[in-house]
Write a protein that binds this ligand. Sequence first.
Ligand SMILES: Nc1ncnc2c1ncn2[C@@H]1O[C@H](COP(=O)(O)OP(=O)(O)OP(=O)(O)O)[C@@H](O)[C@H]1O
Ligand SMILES: [Mg+2]
Length: 325
Amino acid sequence: MSRTSTDPIPPPPTDPPVPLPQVPGPKLEPFTANAHADIEFLKFLGSPEDKDSKVWKVNIDGHGPYALKLFLFNSWESLQCHGNSLTKPLAKPKFYDGYFDPFNCECRVYGRLKQECREDLAVRSHGYLLLSPQQEHQVTNLMKSHSDGPIVSASDELDGYNFWGRFEEHRGHPIRAIVKEFASDGGEGFNSTQVEQLWEDVQDLHRLGILVRDITYANYIGGKLVDFSRAWTMYHPCFDWTTPRQLKSNLQQDAQRLIGLLYTWARVNREQHDAEGYDFEPPKGLKECSLAEDDCQDVDPGSYDWHKWEADPEATEAFIDKALF
Ligand SMILES: Nc1ncnc2c1ncn2[C@@H]1O[C@H](COP(=O)(O)OP(=O)(O)OP(=O)(O)O)[C@@H](O)[C@H]1O
Ligand SMILES: [Mg+2]
């Protein structure tokens, strides 16, 4: 498929703002009626190396604190690489954006958690906001003090080498942000009393059709996952059109990442655990699910019944059959 200027990625509609993303499946509502708000930027919470976003502690319309995750832009061609396990290409750039863009991936997860009344499975989200040009300017200037000289294009050309990663296809698009519960100011990812629950939560996410695909210590706060920027949520084309081998390896990835990080965490904290009389054991069933040669007893997120949430399931099936690819 070649880049087409006749079908670019549209900016999020703002009048009135709609739940996002605009592809079939779960969506996140705007945080305010017009998706805009007064934002007081208090403190940068992430690290300059964060690849997908910049997270700030903020007050919004005089209330807070909240965590506000501001998402960088991605060209649809780079999103196409995120979808490289697909056995056939999607028909339009906007479908890559809808199913693989980090902001949209998180919106889809939070939308599903809300549908299923399982917002307890993650650090909570309250909705999305769109930044005004003035707010973007303000936070960009604040961010400059947190990195070793951001790469900002001197020219008007949008080539991806600018602070928010804009390409020509994002000209005029506002920065999209997700408002979350402010979880902590640098506390621990999890503690020994939460270890069993971590695997139970991941399995519950799988039951709800969500594959996290980015389980790391930094993505936990207080025992809950906070980062879903790589997640696939049913309906997602990757559960449908991937080779069985690739799908199996993707499905095992969450278990493998979790067990890997738990062993590292146990090793790093061994002295403290010894002093507390805590003896690390991997959560029940996790080891089996993480072994490549074993058939995982875990649930396949691709088997989630997403039809029940669709206003017109037949129309969605027709879209998947005839328009998505
Ligand atoms: N709700 C929150 N409350 C407090 N701190 C947070 C919150 N959300 C994120 N953070 C901090 O910001 C960091 C980056 O957040 P997050 O992992 O969501 O972004 P990211 O850019 O996708 O990161 P990565 O580059 O690892 O993919 C977290 O590791 C955490 O330190
Ligand atoms: Mg992260």
